[in-house]
Design a protein around this ligand. Structure first.
Ligand SMILES: Cc1cc2nc3c(=O)[nH]c(=O)nc-3n(C[C@H](O)[C@H](O)[C@H](O)COP(=O)(O)OP(=O)(O)OC[C@H]3O[C@@H](n4cnc5c(N)ncnc54)[C@H](O)[C@@H]3O)c2cc1C
Length: 503
């Protein structure tokens, strides 16, 4: 079983993806020699500060407790994402996409019932927020750590300072025995067979390994440039290709929300990510519809910083899409080099994890390597397409009327056949559940997420009939259940973070 595992690995790039790779691969194969080479003149992307619940498993896997890493990275807990002003439909201008847990089973069932009624044109209480524990968690600024022991895991994510997380991961990997080289890779030697023979560093010269991990960022130095693996753009599905980021201070007395806030602006959306020492903000936009300069002005206005020129902004370009093969020959692409969807649901690091964990499993397979590799690439592509479709849904269902951008997102965006089938099924009353089941092997987001987005955006018929008595499930019971549960079971977010920082 051991024979397919490479004995030497060279990782190119020391961003979050590079150091996550170093940690996970070292934990998985402790005797393998792992070297990471990174440039000190080419910076990391320096954003990417929100996660999905998968990241919890990453820290577990590398044996790091929250006490060890969170305070060092100014990290906070995340119960989900609040979407604001994506829809103009009355009653649906805000909704919360929660991470789900077993605590939701009881209060959420009436939501599914009511959403189904309202899809059928019968007025019901079908806005999702009242029915999910984590929506209430965020509202009350509570930490998702139960005061009493539960016999199941609660799903939650994190917010963190990307630069600090990179440094923390780097120290950890080096302590575990990963070799670290600072150098610029200037050339990649490729054999006639198409395999990478070595990378050439400006100072270190020739560096060879059995496996090369490309974590060089959007340019994909190894996978795209040296191996010429084709890149499939998602430009027709997702118009945003740029971002501007601004950090703002956190007021001393401010409660720290347990959520990312995503607010639709005129030509994209703004994120707000609360950390323990500051707030990360940014505007993700389409450069076809607004210039970087205008986007910065709009973001500053949105943040109330119009006259504050002391606070600087960072402008970024995004290449949206994916490589055709993430594992090609003796090269594995991880992070931005393998592709990027867009940060709306903060899924990029989840993809990094998935790419690495699946690779470790695949490398231990006894099947023929070419077959294993084809299946592996198909799986990662399926995952990326699954995430893309969920993100496309936010744009396709928007009802904003303030710009050509939002009209085009509604009318011109390319929607995959799978997604089209889900939209149709939602409208055709009975078939939504069966369509979800039919697509189960392709969906990255599960049933509750699909209900939440479809209902949360107000995707219901315009003219609604009055329900008959007893037809609608009472919303107040669920709402009160969530309020009481959160008040009783969960501690203040700020207090928990202070305790973690105190050690
Ligand atoms: C606007 C925006 C918001 C985002 N928000 C989120 C989010 O909320 N959640 C999330 O999970 N993800 C998010 N992401 C994605 C996230 O930032 C990245 O997935 C993550 O930071 C990993 O980046 P990386 O390590 O692949 O690349 P980078 O950070 O770009 O690192 C590339 C590394 O390669 C090195 N390098 C490049 N060329 C050479 C060379 N020739 N020689 C040697 N070294 C070289 C660089 O020095 C650097 O160390 C966001 C991205 C953007 C653009």
């Amino acid at each position: 079983m051991i024979y397919m595992i490479p004995q030497t690995i060279l990782i190119v790039g020391g961003g979050t993806a590079g150091w996550m790779s170093a940690n996970l691969l070292k934990k998985s194969w402790p005797t393998v020699k792992i070297t990471l080479v990174e440039s000190d003149s080419i910076g990391t992307i320096g954003v990417g500060e929100g996660s999905t619940p998968f990241l919890k498993q990453f820290f577990k896997r590398i044996g790091a407790s929250e006490r060890e890493w969170m305070p060092q990275c100014f990290a906070t807990y995340k119960a989900g994402i609040e979407f604001s002003r994506w829809s103009e439909k009355p009653g649906f201008t805000h909704y919360f996409h929660p991470f789900f847990s077993q605590l939701d089973i009881k209060p959420a069932e009436p939501f599914f019932h009511n959403a189904k009624l309202q899809r059928q044109g019968i007025e019901a209480d079908a806005h999702p927020d009242a029915y999910f524990v984590n929506a209430q968690m965020a509202k009350q600024c509570k930490a998702p750590l139960a005061k009493r022991r539960l016999n199941f895991d609660l799903d939650y994510g994190y917010h963190f300072d990307a630069g600090r997380l990179g440094l923390w991961l780097k120290d950890r990997a080096i302590a575990d025995g990963v070799e670290h080289i600072i150098d610029d890779v200037t050339q990649v030697e490729v054999r006639d067979s198409g395999e990478i023979a070595a990378v050439i560093g400006a100072k270190s010269g020739r560096m060879a390994a059995e496996l090369y991990v490309d974590c060089s960022g959007f340019k994909g130095l190894l996978i795209q440039q040296a191996l010429s693996v084709p890149f499939k753009s998602y430009k027709q599905n997702l118009f945003n290709d740029a971002a501007v980021a601004i950090q703002t201070p956190l007021a001393d007395e401010q409660d720290i929300p347990t959520r990312t806030l995503s607010t639709a602006l005129t030509n994209g959306w703004a994120w707000e990510i609360p950390l323990t020492n500051r707030v990360g903000n940014g505007y993700v936009y389409s450069s076809e519809h607004i210039s970087g300069e205008q986007a910065e002005v709009e973001l500053r206005r949105h943040l109330g910083l119009a006259d504050d020129t002391d606070i600087s902004a960072k402008h970024l370009k995004m290449k949206v899409g994916r490589v055709e093969q993430h594992w090609a020959k003796n090269c594995l692409a991880v992070g931005l080099s393998q592709g990027f969807i867009e940060p709306l649901e903060a899924t990029a690091l989840m993809l990094v994890q998935f790419t690495l964990e699946k690779f470790v499993t695949a490398k231990q397979s006894l099947q023929q390597e070419s077959l294993v590799r084809d299946n592996y690439n198909a799986d990662i592509n399926k995952m990326m397409e699954g995430i893309r479709d969920y993100i496309v849904t936010h744009y396709a269902l928007n009802s904003r009327t303030d710009s050509d951008y939002w009209r085009r997102c509604r009318e011109d965006i390319e929607v995959s056949d799978n997604l089209q089938a889900l939209f149709q099924a939602w409208k055709s009353h009975e078939q939504f559940e069966s369509e979800l089941n039919k697509q189960a092997s392709h969906l990255v987001y599960l049933r509750p997420s699909w209900y939440v987005i479809m209902a949360g955006m107000g995707n219901f018929p315009m003219d609604l009939l009055t329900p008959s008595q007893g037809q609608v499930a009472p919303v107040n019971l669920s709402k009160q259940y969530c309020i009481d549960l959160v008040e009783d079971l969960f501690p203040s977010h700020k207090a928990v973070l202070s305790q973690l920082a105190a050690g």
